[in-house]
Design a protein around this ligand. Structure first.
Ligand code: GLC
Ligand code: MG
Length: 250
């Protein structure tokens, strides 16, 4: 039975190089016994993903999701999946989003390479984030825009089309590979990973950010596991908890 391992990169898979190498070895070994599809889902742009690849040894994924679920690439970033882009274009007015968000002094635009066709990103101080996000969300709605506002790492605010996030991109990939929730495990550490924790199995690494931990405490589920170990060691702990890699996901 084919299964899917989908993981965030920064502070989930990447953070402890020794643990990452252990997980890579374990994955290569398990892949000899089972068909496991490997997908990375990152908030980074493709350019920034490639920079990361030049500093850490990541196994080439079967598919790559970048920019918080707004871009899906075949293989290791080879071809952009335009079916997904065309799906996001509906109901998205990027110019208007930028114009409205630009009126909020508390929002500091992130560097240009992280601004993407379907992702507008800012830095936002955690102390004022809830209030600013509520006001921005109300203003966007009052202008007829329906967007997703996702706050991660107590500093990053991403504005995305309503029908896109890491979870929705994961569902698209599941459909492409015909893999059910039962045969999917997702791993994450921060706010933009919350959408990865649906009916599928999920591993929250021990070093997770408060926004994901709080969400998990409020929405506990037996198929979501909060690891004690950090980074890739947390993923390995979660995989052992679910007996994944020892036998097929059942
Ligand atoms: C990555 C991206 C950044 C985004 C953050 C949270 O750090 O580079 O643009 O805001 O993830 O999703
Ligand atoms: Mg992360």
């Amino acid at each position: 039975m084919r299964s899917l391992l989908i993981t965030d990169l920064d502070n989930t898979l990447v953070g402890d190089l020794a643990a990452l190498n252990r997980l890579n070895d374990r994955f290569i070994e398990a892949r000899q016994q089972q068909e496991i599809i490997l997908v990375y889902s990152t908030g980074r742009s493709l350019t920034s993903y490639r920079q990361l690849c030049s500093t850490v040894s990541l196994l080439p994924p079967d598919m790559l999701i970048t920019a918080v679920g707004t871009e899906i690439y075949e293989g290791n970033g080879a071809h952009l999946n335009t079916q997904w882009s065309n799906h996001l274009i509906q109901n998205w007015d990027r110019t208007l989003v930028v114009e409205i968000a630009g009126q909020f002094m508390a929002l500091e635009p992130q560097p240009e390479p992280e601004q993407r066709p379907f992702k507008v990103s800012y830095f936002l101080d955690a102390a004022i984030a809830p209030q600013v996000i509520a006001e921005l969300s109300a203003t966007l709605r009052s202008q007829g825009l329906s967007c997703q506002l996702i706050y991660s790492g107590s500093k990053d605010l991403d504005i995305l089309p309503q029908n896109s996030d890491k979870g929705k991109a994961m569902q698209f990939v599941q459909a492409q590979f015909e893999i059910s929730d039962m045969h999917t495990v997702a791993c994450g550490d921060s706010g933009n990973d919350i959408a990865l924790f649906g009916q599928n199995r999920g591993i929250i690494v021990g070093n997770a950010q408060p926004e994901l931990l709080n969400w998990h405490y409020q929405n506990p589920a037996p198929h979501h596991y909060l690891a004690t170990a950090h980074f890739a060691a947390g993923i390995l702990e979660g995989l052992a908890h679910f007996c994944i890699f020892n036998k097929a996901f059942q």
